[in-house]
Design a binder for this molecule. Structure first.
Ligand code: BG6
Length: 458
């Protein structure tokens, strides 16, 4: 049984409800289930069904291309809001659903809510005894500052055990990110080169071409560093840098990710470049004097034996020249006898977008009479793997919640480490450089990458 808080809100409409329907299409929902939408307004079940249908019509998948009738008859709505003092209609709706599908149905609470509402809803779940035996899903950001994180985390742990908590970072659910594990641990080729001995630097580059669309309020209070760096980019860096887990069990993966996060060296403020695209302050909902960062580039070091001294270059920004999501490992130049290999001649690169892709830049012999070298690319598009059915990150992660697999979720300890690594930047508040929309961001960030430059945009 799935209770969706904020069921009539934007995130539920765009992401969660479509993901749920996609699970139904893939046959990945339990045999019997109910989804109870919770919201402040009053709606009948039928009105909620109409709401879900219109969300699917707008954001897909097309309700007519799936088991819509069966899906629709399992949707309920509990209005009247949900607070510690007043549960509205929710307790009755949960009791009725339990009667229908059995007391032993796993209860999942999904907080599809603005982060500032997490506290009140968590309290309400505790006050009404809905925490026991349940799973709970929090959207990101889980806390918007180190203090905010700690307060929320303490509160959450007063109602739930850590094992019950699923904190979403959808970059961990991307097919391409998950492919990192396959590439490294299921091949003899990559794991032996996955270290400082062979890798000169790692770039995790997520330029975006859009601005902040209709989210100016949220975005201006958040900025790229909190929206993307301390969350998605740090988690992906941990995925790249983790030691091989003892096994692929959730506990072993979580502990491998936590250990490497604990080795993130706190960012030096001089290794961070912030930017704001020109024209940002003119957007609706953005104050004229906003100094919010719409761009961040950082050079992170990870102090494990495997990675000591190897810079992890992380970059993301709005209104940049392109939209891409890339993890690239740039290899050292070979020791000889070929002397003129370019700095970026050998690169293993993964695209995290869509179904994911692996691109390997190699130096090859240019066919012809001479022994001349030329750069060449080998590409593997994961969507072409026969029989594959790529799942969008939300679909994959909600499925993991339903089966109780936490391996692709963030943990309390892991997030505490990400805030620790970010702290010097929060304290120093580096200058925010302007950059032209449609560019690759402030020139000041070029110095972070040394002779390699940023691979994207070259
Ligand atoms: C979100 C951020 O978490 O991730 C957005 O809040 C960003 O600002 C988005 O654009 C990127 O996600 P996707 O789905 O494009 O990988």
């Amino acid at each position: 049984m799935f209770v969706l808080y904020g069921a009539t809100g934007d995130l539920a409409r765009r992401m969660v409800l479509p993901a749920f329907f996609e699970l139904a299409q893939h046959g990945l929902l339990p045999e019997d289930w109910r989804l109870i939408g919770s919201g402040r307004g009053e709606r009948t079940d039928e009105e909620f069904v109409e709401h879900v249908r219109s969300a699917l019509a707008e954001f897909g998948p097309d309700p007519d291309e799936g088991p819509w009738d069966d899906f629709a008859q399992r949707l309920r709505f509990a209005g009247g809001g949900f607070t510690a003092d007043d549960p509205g209609q929710l307790l009755d709706a949960v009791a009725t659903a339990r009667k229908e599908i059995g007391d032993d149905a796993q209860l999942v609470h999904y907080l599809s809510l603005p982060p500032k509402a997490f506290t009140d809803y968590t309290r309400a779940l505790g006050a009404h005894g809905l925490g026991e035996g349940a799973r709970v899903v929090y959207e990101k950001p889980f806390g918007a500052s180190p203090e905010g994180f700690r307060e929320l985390d303490d509160l959450v742990h007063s109602v739930f055990d850590e094992e019950q908590v699923f904190r979403i970072d959808h970059f961990l659910g991307k097919e391409g990110t998950q492919d990192l594990h396959a590439l490294r641990f299921a091949n003899g080729l990559f794991e032996p080169m996955w270290s400082r001995e062979h890798v000169a630097q790692v770039q995790i580059d997520v330029p975006e071409d859009l601005d902040v669309a209709d989210r100016a309020d949220f975005y201006d209070a958040t900025g790229a560093t909190l929206d993307m760096l301390v969350t998605h980019l740090f988690q992906v860096a941990a995925e790249v840098a983790m030691e091989p887990p003892v096994s692929f069990s959730a506990d072993d993966i979580l502990s491998a990710r936590e250990s490497v996060l604990a080795n993130f060296r706190p960012l030096a403020p001089e290794d961070v470049v912030l930017g704001q695209f020109e024209g940002y302050r003119e957007l609706d909902g953005v104050p004229d004097d906003s100094d919010t960062d719409t761009y961040v580039a950082a050079r992170l070091f990870i102090d494990t034996g495997r990675w000591r001294g190897v810079p992890f270059l992380l970059r993301t920004g709005k209104r940049m020249a392109a939209k891409q999501q890339r993890v690239s490992l740039v290899l050292h130049r070979p020791k000889g006898p070929v002397n003129d290999v370019p700095a970026n001649g050998n690169v293993v690169s993964l695209s995290l977008a869509g179904a994911g892709a692996v691109d390997i830049d190699v130096m090859a012999k240019k066919p012809g009479p001479d022994l001349a070298m030329a750069p060449a690319r080998v590409s593997l598009d994961l969507s072409k793997i026969p029989g594959g059915e790529p799942l969008a990150p939300y679909v994959s992660l909600i499925h993991d919640v339903l089966i109780g697999d936490r391996s692709l979720f963030t943990t309390s300890e892991g997030l505490a480490q990400t805030w620790r690594a970010l702290q010097p930047v929060l304290d120093a508040r580096p200058e925010v450089h302007p950059y032209a929309p449609g560019s690759w961001g402030p020139a000041a960030a070029n110095a972070l990458t040394g002779e390699h430059g940023w691979l994207l945009g070259q």
